[in-house]
Design a protein around this ligand. Structure first.
Ligand code: GAR
Length: 186
């Protein structure tokens, strides 16, 4: 049973997808969320977390997040829309045990406003990436990707929604792989 910390900053739809897979999907008896850490008190994902009986902590600073993680066995830290760059010290402390989901096919389009950039570049496909976290921004070793088409009349919002649906499937699949002891190649 993999013990997860899920770090969020906002909506928390990836958190929801992970928890729903734990409750009644592919992560049942494979993983549990030990704590949800939000960088902001108004992160909407906290409401879902509390409704589902998850332990939560609001941690505006990295030192607060480290304190919330300390003292409990965490196998894997899942960044799920966590809009902070972790320090080298944090990454070192949990080396090889932090993963992130990003809404493009990395190494293309790291950072922000990615769907606008994908459309402006005339890409025919996009997707999402789960990768290990290193001290860079969206730069760690790639674990898995899922592709979606870019359609002729796409807007950033339409593309984001298509990619997000793929994220919700991919993140749980990667966590399952790790829970099974596979794909720990980072
Ligand atoms: C997701 O699309 C995730 O890939 C992205 O933020 C969104 C969070 O949505 N993360 C990044 O851009 C990280 N570089 P959620 O709060 O509904 O899970």
């Amino acid at each position: 049973m993999l013990s997860l910390a899920v770090l969020i900053s906002g909506r928390g739809s990836n958190l929801q997808a992970i928890q729903k897979n734990i409750e009644s999907g592919i992560l049942r008896d494979k993983a549990r969320i030990a704590v949800v850490i939000a960088s902001k008190a108004d992160a909407a994902g906290l409401i879902f977390a509390k409704e589902h009986g998850l332990s939560t902590a609001v941690c505006p600073s990295e030192s607060a997040a480290l304190a919330a993680l300390a003292g409990q066995p965490i196998d894997l830290i899942c960044l799920a829309g966590y809009m902070r760059v972790l320090s080298a010290d944090f990454v070192q402390k949990y080396a090889g045990r932090i993963i992130n989901i990003h809404p493009t096919l990395l190494p293309k389009y790291p950072g922000l406003h990615v769907h606008e950039k994908v459309l402006a570049a005339g890409e025919k496909e996009s997707g999402c990436t789960v990768h290990y976290v290193d001290a860079g921004v969206d730069t760690g070793k790639i674990i898995a990707q899922s592709r979606v088409p870019v359609l002729p009349d796409d807007t950033p919002e339409l593309l984001a929604a298509r990619v997000l649906a793929a994220e919700h499937i991919l993140y749980a699949q990667v966590i399952l792989q790790i829970a099974k002891g596979q794909s720990l190649t980072g």
